[in-house]
Design a protein around this ligand. Structure first.
Ligand code: 2HA
Ligand code: ZN
Length: 289
């Protein structure tokens, strides 16, 4: 089968367009990777060519290895490509890459037809996908975007996973159900480098969302619906928090730790207690003692 005719390509392009329509992908902002299933590789293999093997590295001269992903195939967005154009011309803006048996070289087997390279965040995506596969072999999607309200909050909330998560949790009941392990925070660090990539992968060992201060967010999922839905949930809650904070520095009414605990049994979840600290005030950004 041709990649262009596959359900995978359609789902990937739909997610890219959904993210663009949310306003999360100005210019070439954001990137999306998907670790393919063996049956998807088999079905599409006839459409593959063999590109040249290249090193994987965060910086020039740097070589990184992702042995946990050896031999796997990934659909990834192209460096400098615009999400706005993915649905219009997937073959020019997206590629499929294969990793070698050591997990330290990749080659393009499909796409980027006019030339180009996978996303500048490729090593960061691979570092995340490796950690996620070890956590759950069904975890396949890593998504990076620039959602405005979530970014705005990184200027006014303490850059502390506990406080940031709790404020997001309180805005929409659904949040604690959808990501009971909360949000990890990476302070401002230069993007595209090893440090930010490794800090994000460390968060992904147990959390599904990482916010990059003053830049954007990373999230993961077993499929495109779950990854997009997760980001959409975080950003919706961030939008409400921005509205509330614009009206008042504190909340008159809110969801309490006891309320959150009531969700555990009916929804079959265990909300991480780290986020359910007692607060002495409903001031937005309150830091527990
Ligand atoms: O340009 O968003 O973080 C893609 C990015 C880099
Ligand atoms: Zn970015």
């Amino acid at each position: 089968m041709r990649v262009l005719d596959s359900e995978l390509m359609k789902s990937y392009a739909r997610m890219a367009m959904d993210g663009f329509n949310q306003g999360w992908h100005e210019r070439n902002g954001g990137n999306l990777s998907y670790r393919m299933k063996a049956e998807e590789v088999e079905e599409l293999r006839e459409d593959f060519k063999e590109g040249e093997w290249r090193v994987i590295g965060w910086q020039k001269g740097d070589e990184s290895a992702f042995p946990g992903l050896a031999g796997e195939y990934f659909m990834v967005s192209g460096s400098g490509k615009y999400f706005r154009n993915i649905e219009l011309d997937p073959e020019a803006n997206v590629c499929i890459i294969e990793l070698n048996e050591e997990g330290n070289r990749y080659r393009i087997v499909w796409g980027l037809k006019g030339g180009g390279m996978p996303t500048s965040e490729l090593p960061t995506h691979l570092a995340n996908l490796e950690v996620l596969k070890a956590r759950d072999p069904e975890m396949r999607v890593v998504y990076h975007c620039h959602p405005g309200n979530t970014i705005a909050l990184t200027f006014v909330l303490p850059l502390d996973s506990r406080v940031f998560t709790r404020e997001i949790f309180e805005m929409v009941t659904e949040c604690a159900v959808v990501f009971p392990e909360g949000i990890g925070i990476v302070p401002w660090v230069i993007c595209g480098g090893r440090q930010i990539g490794e800090m994000t992968a460390e968060i992904m060992k147990k959390q599904d969302v990482a916010v990059w201060a003053h830049h954007g967010a990373f999230c993961c999922g077993k499929d495109f619906d779950l990854a997009f839905g997760l980001m959409h949930t975080v950003e919706k809650s961030a939008e409400i928090l921005v509205k509330v904070y614009s009206m008042s520095p504190s909340k008159l009414n809110t969801i309490t730790p006891e309320n959150f605990r009531e969700l555990n049994a009916p929804f079959g979840i265990k909300i991480n207690e780290d986020f359910l600290y007692e607060r002495k005030s409903n001031k937005i950004g309150y830091v527990p003692e």
